[in-house]
Design a protein around this ligand. Sequence first.
Ligand code: ADP
Ligand code: MG
Length: 238
Amino acid sequence: MARLSLKKIVKRFKETEVLHGIDLEIGDRELMIFVGPSGCGKSTLLRLIAGLDPISDGTLSINDKVMNNVPPSKRGAAMVFQSYALYPHMNVYENMAFGARLMGLSKDEVKRRIAEASRMLRLEEYLDRKPRQLSGGQRQRVAIARAVVRKPDVFLLDEPLSNLDAALRADVRLEIARLHREIGGTMIYVTHDQVEAMTLADRIVVMNNGYIEQVGSPRELFETPANTFVATFIGSPK
Ligand code: ADP
Ligand code: MG
């Protein structure tokens, strides 16, 4: 069974079509990495999966249930944004609790999950702090923890490391791998870092101009790129 299934997904903003019929199936526990040039539609696709934007055409299913018109809090998908998008006036605990409460969880269950997520992301000492009192790396971990608290079946990360410096990036990269093991769900991770894609992914999705050029394991893409675009993007010798 596919955890996530996309069938002929189209997205238009007014007259402009930016996704032209995306077909993709993602299995349980897969770590999928999306790569592609800026503007090719990666963030748009993630927002559609998370339910933050309506789909123009096509069918999106999670666990075999059609999700096209299901609100974000009821989809079993959670997204971590590039900008972190933490609520500045709430402390770390409240930031984590907010989305979980929208799901209708009890206060006790939210508390239990926050304890677990803050242990997982080493945030126990920072629960009282406001986002502005945290470093970039700590804010990043809060953004991830906030999604972990929702225990999503589909975990979406949109270039969450691009604001961090190189040392922090390496650190968070390990964290992503660990997180994927620990949450045990399906993870979709957008990055423009080739090394990240090649070392972390079960499969890589190469996007270009609102289309998928190729889907495959890092090795498949490297050894048998479908076309010059993929070869150049992946950095294979062909
Ligand atoms: P990526 O994340 O791969 O850089 P995006 O998904 O952000 O690309 O954007 C894909 C295309 O859709 C771009 O041409 C962008 O300008 C356009 N786009 C994204 N969001 C909107 C919007 N809200 N209104 C109009 N066009 C948009
Ligand atoms: Mg983007």
